[in-house]
Design a protein. Structure first.
Length: 395
């Protein structure tokens, strides 16, 4: 199913405009209490659902807007300037939708499920961690069991991102009980078909509204809900690029929010002393450069991904070159975001340090600090180091 470029762009413009409105009218006013109470941003998610934004990543051939990775990044970046937790929930939802849309279209079940999401939007969560794998998402202990056209899957996860609030969860596991730890599949589990038992708390420094404690899950369902193919392919070709780009876009949004507060503060200083350039203005200019470089980093990666020819995607995205680029993107943006917020705090001073100030940067700072911990930068650097030993095209 093809669509005229102007129609595609019009659909995206409508979605981006709706995101701006939701960010301003709903996410921003609730961001403080979402953070304070570590509660799920239900008002924002309900608004995203009503505006059709949960379906933004659904392909046009199934009736969705078919937003590109670059466009999804713009949506997440916009929402993050109002509430980092809300943007993280939306980004992780898009990652799950993309895994089904890019690897499940050969299945009539997944085609039907995605098509139905247009009229009946579903919030999708992720459960890739597991007790005993020490943060390695490409390794599983649990396995899916199949019998008479149905599956059974139990898992003990260290974190389950907003699983208690989601309509369905995509879970990683071994393909079968005798499979290797790295021989994994993705399984879609509907919320009504599982039992969740919370095993840890979620009283964190930042990203408090993502509500991601540990869970034990017991689930079952039709075997057709197992995503076709291997998780190794889904991970390399979709989950990793979508995760690193969308996370980077929302980290940029958090940093841009901090930069906006700093700019507002400096302009106030300038108005109070007409004809003189405030001493903080030069530091604001330096901050603008850092923010611009961060944006170029994630937007160029997203556009390069979108430009890949469909026939070459599997090979390109499984290459060492792309793996290194995505690793470098994640590390660069996850380290840049808290640095930018920190510099903004230095410009604003005590008004940025106070929680009851309109220039407060506490939530932005704490949310940005999570970036380097979401898949540890140390782990990513170690993988990059091993790849660079054999990568012939390294500069």
């Amino acid at each position: 199913m093809s669509s005229h470029p102007s129609t595609v762009e019009s659909d995206f413009s409508r979605l981006l405009e709706a995101t701006h409105r939701i960010a301003t009218d709903i996410a921003a006013p609730h961001a403080q209490d979402v953070d304070r109470d570590a509660r799920f941003p239900i008002e924002t998610v309900d608004a995203l659902r009503a505006a059709g934004l949960l379906g933004a990543a659904i392909p046009r051939e199934l009736g969705g807007p078919g937003c590109t990775l670059f466009q999804l990044g713009q949506i997440c970046a916009t929402l993050a300037q109002a509430c980092g937790s809300s943007a993280m929930v939306l980004a992780m939802h898009y990652i799950q939708v993309a895994c089904m849309a890019r690897h499940g279209l050969g299945s009539e079940f997944f085609r039907s499920y995605l098509h139905q999401m247009i009229e009946c939007p579903q919030l999708l969560a992720s459960m890739t961690s597991e007790v005993g794998t020490y943060g390695d998402t490409r390794s599983s202990i649990c396995a899916v069991e199949r019998e008479r056209g149905r599956f059974r899957l139990d898992k003990d996860a260290t974190t389950g991102s907003y699983c208690a609030q989601a309509d369905a969860i995509l879970i990683t596991c071994r393909r079968q009980s005798d499979a290797a730890a790295s021989d994994q599949v993705l399984v879609l589990v509907r919320r009504q078909d599982c039992r969740l038992v919370q095993t840890t708390s979620w009283d964190t420094m930042g990203m408090r509204g993502t509500c991601s404690p540990g869970f034990r899950i017991e689930s079952s369902g039709p075997e057709e809900q197992i995503v076709p193919g291997s998780f190794a392919d889904s991970s390399a070709q979709t989950m990793v690029p979508y995760s690193h780009v969308l996370w980077s876009s929302l980290w940029w949004g958090i940093a841009a929010d901090a930069m906006g507060k700093a700019a507002q503060f400096v302009r106030g200083q300038a108005r109070n002393n007409p004809g003189a350039i405030p001493p903080t203005a030069s530091r604001l200019a330096e901050l603008s450069l850092l923010l611009q470089n961060m944006k170029v980093n994630w937007t160029s990666a997203a556009q390069a991904f979108d430009a890949l020819a469909p026939a070459a995607q599997a090979e390109e995205l499984s290459s060492i070159g792309w793996a290194l680029r995505l690793n470098n993107l994640k590390i660069s943006c996850s380290e840049a975001a808290p640095q930018i917020v920190h510099r903004a705090l230095q410009i604003v001073g005590i008004l940025g340090y106070k929680n009851d100030s309109p220039f407060s940067l506490g939530r932005q700072y704490r949310d940005a600090l999570s970036a380097s911990l979401m898949i540890s930068n140390d782990r990513i650097n170690a993988k990059s180091a091993s790849m660079l030993l054999v990568f012939k095209d390294a500069p």
